[in-house]
Design a protein around this ligand. Sequence first.
Ligand SMILES: Cc1cc2nc3c(=O)[nH]c(=O)nc-3n(C[C@H](O)[C@H](O)[C@H](O)COP(=O)(O)OP(=O)(O)OC[C@H]3O[C@@H](n4cnc5c(N)ncnc54)[C@H](O)[C@@H]3O)c2cc1C
Length: 390
Amino acid sequence: MLLQNKQIAIVGGGPGGLTLARLLQQSGATVKVYERDLNRHVRVQGATLDLHDESGLAALRAAGLLEEFKAHYRPGADKLRLTDKHATIVLDQHAEAQADTFGDASFRPEIDRGPLRNILLDSLHPNTVAWNSQLASMQPAGAGWQLTFQSGAMAKADIVIGADGANSKIRPLLTPIRPFYSGVTVVEGSLYDSAQNAPRIHELMQGGKIFAMDDSKTLVVSAKGDGSLAFYTGCKTAETWARDSGINFSEVAQVLAWFRQEFAGWDDIWQELFAAETTHCVPRPQYCMPLDQTWLAQPNLTLLGDAAHLMPPYAGEGVNMAMLDALELSNCLASDQFSNMQAAIAHYEAQMRQRASAVAGETLAQTEALHSPHALAHLVDLFAGNETAR
Ligand SMILES: Cc1cc2nc3c(=O)[nH]c(=O)nc-3n(C[C@H](O)[C@H](O)[C@H](O)COP(=O)(O)OP(=O)(O)OC[C@H]3O[C@@H](n4cnc5c(N)ncnc54)[C@H](O)[C@@H]3O)c2cc1C
C-alpha cells in the first residue's frame, strides 16, 4: 500500500477531515488530525445537515458508521415548510406521509453538526486528534512537510491533506486560484430554547425546517436537537456590504433594526429571531470556487471539502461533497492501482474537481433562482419533481 510507513496529517477536523481520518485508519494508515478548536466540547454552530444517499451516507456506510448515524439522526427534522413573507404556508411536508427511508435514493436524513462530529470522533483511535492546533504555516521538509501551529508547536508529516474549510491555509500552497463572490450575503444566527425565545416560529417549524422566500430574499430556519434553532437570511448585496453597513453584528438590536428595514413588509413573526439578547449573528458573504479551476497534482499534498470547492449552501451539498471527497481520496490512497502517491492524488483530484464543479454549477443556479422574484414558484416546482425547475 502507498501509505505504508507514511505519516499523514489532516489539517481540519470538520466532517470532511474526520471522515477521511476514519476511512484511512480502517485501511491501517497512520493519521493525525490537527484541529484549531480548543477541545471536542466546543459547541459546533450552524444549521443541521441533511446527508445524501450517494455521498454523505455512502461515506458513512464505507466507514462502518451507518448504524451510529441511525442512532443519532433526527427523524422528521428533514420535513420542510415553505412559506411566503407573510408566513403563509405554500408547501407543507409535515402533511405528507413519510415515504422515504434508509436505502431510498431520495431519503435525506438530518443530523446536527455536533452529533455528527461526535460519531466520527468516537470512531477514531485514541489521541488521533490534536486539539488547539491551528496551523499557522507549512514548509517543505525533505519529501514531506513541517507544520507550524499558532501555539508555536511543530509537527512533521509525509503527506498533508488540507481539510481546513473555506479560508484554508493550505490551499495557497497548491493553487493561487481564489473563490469569487456569489452575489449573496447570509446573516447566520442561532438562538437557544426556541420554544421560549421564538414561540411562534418554534410552532411553525414543527421540529423541521422553514424556507421563507419573497422579494428576492430568503430566510432558512432549522430546529436543532438541543432545543435551539439555527437560521440564515440571504440577500443580494455588494461583496463588502457587511463591512460597509456599519452594523455591529454582535449587537442583536442593531441586526434587528437592519432586518426590519431590509425585510420591510415581512410578517412580524420573523422578528422573533432577533428578539432574544442571546441571539448570536455572523454575516457571511457567500463565495464559490471557479468551476474550471485546476492545479498540478503534488506527491504529498491535497485538499478536500470547502478548502477545495467552496460553494454557497443553497443546494445542501457542501458537507456531502466533503464526505464523498474523503471516501474517494481514501480509496485512491489505499488502492494498489497507482504506481505512486502523485498518480493516486492526481486521479482523486481530477474526479473531485469534475464532480464538485457540476454540483457548484447547479448550486449557483439555485442560489440565483432562490433570490429571484420567482423563488416560491421555482421551489414548489422543484419539490413537485418538475425537472425544468432545476
Ligand atoms: C450558513 C451555512 C449553511 C450551510 N448549510 C449546509 C447544509 O444545509 N448542507 C450542507 O451540506 N452544507 C451546508 N453548508 C456548508 C457546509 O457547512 C460545509 O460545506 C462543510 O462543513 C464543509 O466541510 P469541511 O470538512 O470541508 O470544512 P469545515 O466544516 O469548514 O471544517 C473545517 C475544520 O477545519 C478547522 N480549521 C480551519 N482552519 C484551521 C487551521 N488553520 N488549522 C487547524 N484547523 C483549522 C475548523 O475549525 C473546522 O473544524 C452550510 C454553510 C453555511 C455557511
